[in-house]
Design a protein around this ligand. Sequence first.
Ligand code: SF4
Ligand code: SF4
Length: 382
Amino acid sequence: MLTKQEIVDKALELGFEDVGFASAEPFAEHKKLLEEKQGEYGWAEALGLKLLKGTDPANSLPGAKSIVVLLENYYKQGFPRWMEGHFGRCYLDDDRVTKDGLSRKIKEFRKFFSEHEIDTKVPFNLPHRAAAARAGLGTFGKNCLLYANRVARGSSFVLPVAVVVDTEFEPDNSTIEYGCPDWCRNACIAACPTRALKGNGTIDPQKCISYLTYLQEDITPLELREPMGINIFGCDRCQEVCPRNAPWFAQDLPLNPKVTAKEEDFELSKLLHMDREYFEKRIWPHMFYISPDDLWKWKMNVARAIGNTCDRGFVPELIKAFRENEDYRVKGMIAWSLGKLGGKEAESFLRDCRSDSSGLVREEIDRALEGEYDKQSLQKGA
Ligand code: SF4
Ligand code: SF4
């Protein structure tokens, strides 16, 4: 019979930061919350994420007895600074498609169980953070993230991996609670640019920039374009302002070689002009939530991010992208960005292409020329 200590040793040997044990009881509270908030989470069910089903581990593994929860620190190595400004850190070294990092470790861990005739499942839809708190690995923040109890300097840069097993292990003491210090004045809630955090430890996921960058179905509403800032895929703002993460941020981390190797592929101008082949080969395997059929979302996000860089050096790139794109959402956002960046070159281009444009693109051009986004932009000249 495999002991808990042997399991812990194996997990640490494979490079996981921490490991804990929880019962495989259904996550009744989580289920209730999801049911009450179908208005906010219904989209996830519609997308086939089956979050409600995931609240009972037995739906994934009949005969489920325990959950062994692993903690992976996904920010152990740093990323190029400019990339951290545009992409959520948890996506920068995401190997769920390439299977060349965390996936290998999970596979090895499961193999270890099967060698001891223990059946396992790693359900994607199980409430991983709740499982980690149940296993005593962390507490919640008011930004709805999990903060480690014993590792990663107590930060939120940990990814829980819940392994459901058909053998019973004694559960660890749970820490299902908020761990935020009294003196924190809810920095995360105040800093959330789109007001997604509701102040009671809950979030409206459809207002979160992470959702907005990959699941929006039309051109980003005007009022969200500035708040979404330079984020292109994901957002880390509520983690960056959190004092619980300050100890981790205080370190000089070695750069992640896998991410630096693909750094050039993610340059904004390359993303703005990429074709389907480039996207499928170089981008999608690392950030896969947006399908190649929705390449317009990437380009629109990049155009909006560029508009928020305050860097007029991008104007020629935007003009080139406007000419090479057919999608009205991309063209509309480029017009917005040109208006936002301002300058004579942007203004002259918008005036030139106005008469050949129609519908939403024409409206965006007119608004840009009227300087509605930034009263000072186009008038600033230069
Ligand atoms: S990730 Fe960004 S948008 Fe989402 S809750 Fe945090 S700060 Fe708000
Ligand atoms: S910013 Fe403050 S309230 Fe928000 S998660 Fe961090 S400690 Fe908690």
